[in-house]
Ligand binder design. Sequence first.
Ligand code: TRP
Length: 338
Amino acid sequence: MDKTIPNFDKKIVMSGIRPTGFLHLGNYFGAIRNYVKMQDEYECYFMVADLHSLTTHPDTKELKQNVYRVIAENIACGLDPEKAAFYCQSHVRETAELYLYLNMLAYMGELEKTVTFKDKARQNPENINAGLLTYPVLQAADIILHRASYVPVGKDQEQHLEMARTFAIRFNYRYGNVFPEPHAFNYNAALVKVPSLDNTGKMSKSENQAATLYLADDDDTIRKKIKKALTDGGPKEKNSVMPDYIENIFLLMELVSPQEKIEKYKNDFNDGTIRYGDFKEDLGNDMVNFIAPIRQKATDLLNDEKRIKEIMEIGAAKANKSANETMRIVRDAMGMNY
Ligand code: TRP
């Protein structure tokens, strides 16, 4: 009865971006830069997860603007709607159908013990809705709807991905081999770490805004934030051990400055002559040179609603084509074809 032919050997990439908050340098170096590379090498589906955002943000007043912003910022970073399918989750209705089928294969017990569910339930005890519980099921639907096997995500999504694998395997076991197993996928084994400017962790979409560099920050804001980054009076002697907060600003410099400059400051540090004021001014300028063109492009796009809509339509057409194909196979496999 196995008449379904899974496309296991085609390298299909799928990932989702929640439209909550402004994109920052960590999003760029941790994710978007990889998407931009992948779009040349794989069949890629990148999705704005507007349905997922409803699980925690039921008020939709700002949803449209947030969706537009994520699209504009990703395009400004180099995502190409002609190369990848860059689309909005709610524009692909088959997502909801597959989500429904997968919900019948997902057990309460495994959903309830998901770490993100427990966290969100704790943070927001007055809105523990069923959508929040089945968040990983919807995410699994997003991925396997394109029969994707490569999912570029960060560490925080590992459990969701493991669950997506579980649901895909469970479906295959019950109804026949339809889905390849999705796996986390990133180019460099160690993901680039983009530290916050105050040595409290990583840059963040919503917390700690003064210590995070956003792609929408203006030149002045970028320079000011960097000026306030935690430093000290400099090393007291030659070849001192570098404190972690100094290492962090070097990490940021590695992202945007030329190698000679980094070498110069490393040597200055080792000689005990480094001046953090100069360092920050240099880093500020290089950061502005990096962020300003992205910000400008995103702003221009945000002012061009017609183009944004066109980008969404191009993406939806590609995603719908792939989704329709998969759902035909799914319904056949399930015997839902009468
Ligand atoms: N849950 C992901 C996040 O919070 C977003 C997401 C939704 C996603 N659907 C996806 C990621 C599918 C990868 C694949 O970042």
